[in-house]
Design a protein around this ligand. Structure first.
Ligand code: CAA
Length: 258
């Protein structure tokens, strides 16, 4: 794999994708997004990888879609080209868990990318926002849909209608962010969490991701039924036998299917 806009490496059982357009605050264009999805394809197919982290740098996770690249778009250009949003749901369709490690600005498409991940770990300097209204547009990669599911209508309206940025502490309090850590420790913490997940049984991890995502897509009854079916299916796994035997025998489980 050779990439121009991202750095890709493995840290043990974790695949790490680092957005790497620092001069443009990691603004997202079609090339960046295509490269990210290619790296995700690669990590998803790699049996040695159990979890993936997407991060940026200390100043910016990503400051949104590349404004210069789309400034002169007509409706036809935007619609036909499906700018940056083509295959946008790739993080969601990735069956392995994806953690966003966010420092600095996560704005517009950057905030939307973070929200598409399964969990956001934020540095204490992180700032989230959907400031598209200032550009005469609206969020186009899930902001008006995923933000209210995370933080509710009132705060979503506030952020989308006024372009107010939300700091890490408020984001954690509001449910957007799972954990806040000192900026200098962000990557270590995100990798530690990803490693912890990657050492559990991968089929179970995948079942949990699929089940939790169901909560955002259908009725409560359908979600509960899905969860129950998957819960029962887990009893067909060797790893369930190992996990429960290890508990009974007071030892650490040694999961086969990682
Ligand atoms: N697109 C393209 N370039 C961007 C960018 C973006 N979204 N955000 C920042 N940059 C570039 C700047 O143009 C600047 O480049 P030059 O040095 O060549 O001038 C460089 O990054 C540094 O930016 P600033 O000088 O502005 O840095 P700052 O610290 O003063 O401000 C910022 C940082 C608050 C992030 C500010 O750059 C900013 O407001 N950026 C735009 C954020 C935004 O509106 N995002 C939404 C985009 S639309 C979208 O994402 C739609 C969607 O839903 C898919």
């Amino acid at each position: 794999m050779s990439f121009q806009n991202i750095l890709v490496e493995t840290r043990g059982r974790v695949g790490l994708i680092t957005l790497n357009r620092p001069k443009a605050m990691n603004a997202l264009n079609d090339q960046v997004v295509d490269e990210m999805w290619e790296a995700l394809d690669h990590f998803e197919a790699d049996e040695g990888i159990g979890a993936i982290v997407i991060t940026g740098n200390e100043k910016a996770f990503a400051a949104g879609a590349d404004i210069g690249a789309m400034a002169s778009f007509s409706h036809m250009d935007a619609y036909k080209g499906n700018y940056i949003t083509r295959n946008w749901e790739r993080v969601k369709t990735c069956r392995k868990p994806v953690i966003a490690a966010v420092a600095g600005f996560a704005l517009g498409g950057g905030c939307e990318l973070a929200m598409m991940c399964d969990m956001i770990i934020a540095a204490d300097n992180a700032k989230f926002g959907q400031p598209e209204i200032k550009l005469g547009i609206l969020p186009g990669s899930g902001g008006t849909q995923r933000l209210p599911r995370a933080i509710g209508k009132a705060k979503t309206m506030d952020m989308c209608l006024t372009a107010r940025l939300m700091g890490a502490e408020e984001a954690e309090r509001s449910g957007l962010v799972a954990r806040v850590v000192p900026t200098g420790k962000l990557l270590d913490e995100a990798l530690a969490v990803a490693t912890e997940i990657a050492n559990f049984s991968l089929p179970v991890v995948m079942m949990i991701k699929e089940s939790v995502n169901r909560a955002f897509e259908g009725s409560l009854n359908e979600g509960l039924l899905f969860e129950r079916r998957v819960f029962h299916a887990a009893f067909g796994l060797d790893d369930q036998k190992e996990g429960m035997a290890a508990f009974v025998e007071k030892r650490k489980p040694d999961f086969k299917h990682r």
